[in-house]
Design a protein around this ligand. Structure first.
Ligand code: HEM
Length: 413
C-alpha cells in the first residue's frame, strides 16, 4: 500500500510526487538522461525535427479552420480565402509550406549523420528502424498534404502515383486475391475526384499525424537504453560516467545530463535554425510552392512535365528510367535498402565513415549519387538526361548490393 501524506497540499510537489512519481519521471527523461560529451551540432537535428513537427501541427490547425475539403472549393479556400481574406492566413500557409519542405532537408541531414557515424549499430538498430518508419510516414504525410490545394500538380501527381499501383494488381491477383480494380479502389473513382480528396484529407489531418506522434514516442524510447552515439563511436559505460558526474567529477566524466546542459546547446542550434527558417518564410517562401499548383486542377489538361517535390526526386528518378514493373521493383528496393542498413552493414566497427576504409568511399559515392538522382528527377526525361538518370539509378542499386561485401571485408581487415 502506497503511503500518502494527508496533510500535503493538493497539487503541491509532494502531493503530485506521491501520486505520479514526478521526480522519478523527471530524472529518467531529463536530468539523469545522459548524453555523451563528444558530439557536435549534428546531434541537435533530432530536436529540430521535433520542433518543426510541432510547428507543422500548430500551423496546420490554423489552416484547418478555413480549408474546405471539396473538389469545388478546396482551391479557392486555400488560394483566396486563406491567402487573401483571413488575417495572417498567408503567414500560416507559408510557415506550413516552408516547414513541410525544410523538415525533409533536416530529416536527410539526420539520416546521413546516422549513416556517417554508424549510429544504427551496436544496440541502436531499433532507433534506425523507428526512424525509417518516420521517414515513410512523413513522406505519406507530405504527399497527402500536397493533394489538398487541388491544384494542377496535386491532381496530376495524385494520378501518376496512384497509377503506379497498376503494377500491384496482377501480383495480388496472381497471389492472394483477385483484385483487378486496385487503382480504382485506391482512388474511390476512375480518376482522382471527391472520394480521393476526402480520403487524403482524412489521412493528412487525422490518421497520419496520430501515427507519427506514436512513432516519435517509440523513436525516443528506443534511444533510452543504447543512448546516442558519439563522434568517435567510442563505447561508453554510462553508469560509471553518470556516477562520476553526480559525484561532482564533471571534467572526468564522459557524459552530461540532457537537461539542462545538453538542452541549452540544443536550444542554441534551434535558435540559429529558426532564424534561417523564418528568413525563408518571409523572403523566399516560393521555393516551397510549385507555380504549376497555382492553376486549379483540370483533368483534361495534363501539365507538360509532371515531377514531385524536391525531396522525392531521387526515388522518383530510380523508378523513371525503367519500364513500369521493373521501375516499381527498383523503387521498392531503394526504400527497403535504407530500412535494412543495420543488417546490410556487416562490419561491427562503429566509427565515422572517414575512418572506415572502403565504407568511406561507399558513403560519399552514395551522397553524390543521390544528388545526381535528385537533379535528374527534376529534368525532363530526354536525351543525355535519361542516360545519366539510368546510370545513377543502377549505381544506387549496385551500392546497396555491394554493401555487405564491402563491410565484410572491412571486418577482416
Ligand atoms: C522525423 C522525425 C524524427 C524525430 C523527431 C527524431 C528525433 C530524434 C532525436 C531527438 C534523437 C536524439 C538526438 C539526435 O541524435 O539528434 C534522434 C536520434 C536518432 N535518430 Fe531520429 N528523429 C526523426 C527521424 C529519424 C529518421 C528519419 C531517421 C533515419 C532512419 C532517424 C534515425 C536516428 C538515429 C540513428 C539516431 C541515433 C543517433 C545517435 O545515436 O547518434 N531519425 N532522433
Amino acid at each position: 500500500m502506497a503511503h500518502f501524506d494527508e496533510k500535503a497540499k493538493p497539487f503541491s510537489h509532494k502531493w503530485l510526487n506521491e501520486r505520479m512519481a514526478v521526480d522519478t519521471v523527471k530524472k529518467v527523461l531529463s536530468t539523469e538522461y545522459w548524453i555523451p560529451k563528444d558530439i557536435n551540432f549534428l546531434w541537435a537535428m533530432g530536436m529540430i525535427l521535433a520542433a518543426t513537427f510541432g510547428l507543422l501541427i500548430i500551423s496546420g490547425i490554423f489552416l484547418l479552420m478555413y480549408y474546405q475539403p471539396s473538389v469545388d472549393s478546396a482551391f479557392d479556400s486555400v488560394n483566396y480565402t486563406i491567402m487573401n481574406e483571413v488575417g495572417y492566413g498567408w503567414l500560416w500557409r507559408h510557415i506550413h509550406g516552408v516547414a513541410a519542405s525544410v523538415v525533409f532537408l533536416v530529416i536527410y541531414i539526420h539520416m546521413f549523420t546516422g549513416i556517417y557515424y554508424g549510429s544504427y549499430k551496436r544496440g541502436r538498430e531499433m532507433i534506425w528502424l523507428s526512424g525509417m518508419l518516420l521517414f515513410v510516414l512523413f513522406s505519406a504525410e507530405a504527399f497527402s498534404g500536397y493533394m489538398l490545394p487541388w491544384g494542377q500538380m496535386s491532381y496530376w501527381a495524385g494520378m501518376v502515383i496512384t497509377n503506379l499501383f497498376e503494377g500491384f494488381s496482377p501480383t495480388i491477383a496472381g497471389g492472394v486475391a483477385n483484385f483487378p480494380g486496385f487503382v480504382e479502389w485506391l482512388r474511390g473513382d476512375y480518376v482522382p475526384g471527391q472520394a480521393f480528396l476526402t480520403r487524403f484529407f482524412m489521412l493528412h489531418v487525422f490518421l497520419l499525424p496520430l501515427v507519427i506522434i506514436a512513432v516519435i514516442v517509440l523513436h525516443f524510447a528506443t534511444l533510452r537504453i543504447p543512448h546516442v552515439n558519439n563522434q568517435h563511436g567510442k563505447e561508453i559505460d554510462f553508469d560509471e560516467a553518470a556516477k562520476l558526474y553526480k559525484e561532482g567529477k564533471k571534467k572526468e566524466s564522459k557524459v552530461i545530463p540532457f537537461n539542462p546542459v545538453f538542452l541549452s546547446k540544443d536550444v542554441f542550434v534551434m535558435g540559429v535554425y529558426f532564424i534561417l527558417f523564418f528568413y525563408l518564410v518571409f523572403f523566399h517562401f516560393e521555393f516551397a510552392m510549385d507555380p504549376v499548383n497555382f492553376d486549379p486542377a483540370d483533368g483534361l489538361k495534363t501539365p507538360a512535365h509532371i515531377y514531385p517535390e524536391w525531396y522525392f526526386l531521387w526515388s522518383y528518378e530510380i523508378l523513371r528510367p525503367f519500364n513500369k514493373d521493373l521501375g516499381l521493383i527498383a523503387f521498392g528496393f531503394a526504400q527497403v535498402a535504407f530500412f535494412l542498413l543495420p543488417f546490410l552493414d556487416k562490419s561491427p566497427v562503429v566509427a565515422p565513415a572517414n575512418k572506415r576504409g572502403l565504407f568511406k568511399v561507399w558513403f560519399w559515392v552514395m551522397i553524390v549519387d543521390m544528388i545526381v538522382l535528385t537533379v535528374m528527377g527534376k529534368l525532363p526525361p530526354e536525351g543525355i538526361w535519361t542516360v545519366i538518370g539510368l546510370v545513377a539509378a543502377l549505381v544506387f542499386i549496385a551500392l546497396f548490393v555491394a554493401l555487405p561485401f564491402i563491410t565484410k571485408f572491412e571486418k577482416k581487415a
